[in-house]
Design a protein around this ligand. Structure first.
Ligand SMILES: Nc1ncnc2c1ncn2[C@@H]1O[C@H](COP(=O)(O)OP(=O)(O)O)[C@@H](O)[C@H]1O
Ligand SMILES: [Mg+2]
Length: 140
């Protein structure tokens, strides 16, 4: 087996695509023999990131796309979740536990905190029209 491999998935930002996206990422991850727990971890993190694109990036208007790129090395997978929506004004603030811009709904402000808990690293870059969440999950 070669030591690197990658794939790219483009989906519409619709809630019915969220479980599809996390399953596809998990199926790709299996190539580097993660534990079941590691598979569950990345699914949970991807689910939060994709949900954010659906709920926040396009304000639920369901008219944008989400690009997911996965890159495997021998001992880790990098997942980049990208949207072309409104962007995050203050990334540092957005990543704080319990910070949310949506009040009164079922949002808890814990999405980024969950990603950080279940991944080895989480990096977010954002400007209007382009937000990228980069997750790294190790298998070693
Ligand atoms: N892809 C995105 N595009 C625009 N804003 C985002 C995006 N992802 C997150 N945010 C902002 O960051 C905040 C925190 O996200 P998160 O920790 O997942 O909490 P929640 O989704 O429950 O609000 C959101 O309330 C939103 O303002
Ligand atoms: Mg969220």
């Amino acid at each position: 087996m070669t030591t690197t491999n990658s794939m790219k998935l483009t989906i519409e930002a619709k809630s019915q695509n969220e479980s599809f996206a996390r399953s596809v990422v998990a199926a790709f991850f299996v190539q580097i023999n993660p534990t079941l727990e590691q598979v569950e971890d990345i699914k949970t993190a991807v689910s939060e990131a994709v949900t954010n694109c659906i709920v926040h990036a396009y304000d639920g208007a369901q008219q944008g796309t989400i690009e997911i790129t996965c890159t495997l090395s021998e001992k880790s997978m990098t997942v980049e979740i990208r949207d072309f929506g409104k962007g995050i004004e203050n990334v540092e603030q957005a990543m704080k536990p319990f910070f949310t811009t949506v009040s009164g709904g079922d949002r808890s402000g814990m999405g980024f905190t969950v990603m950080q808990a279940f991944c080895d690293s989480v990096n977010v870059t954002s400007k209007q029209g382009l937000t990228t969440v980069k997750l790294v999950k190790k298998v070693a």
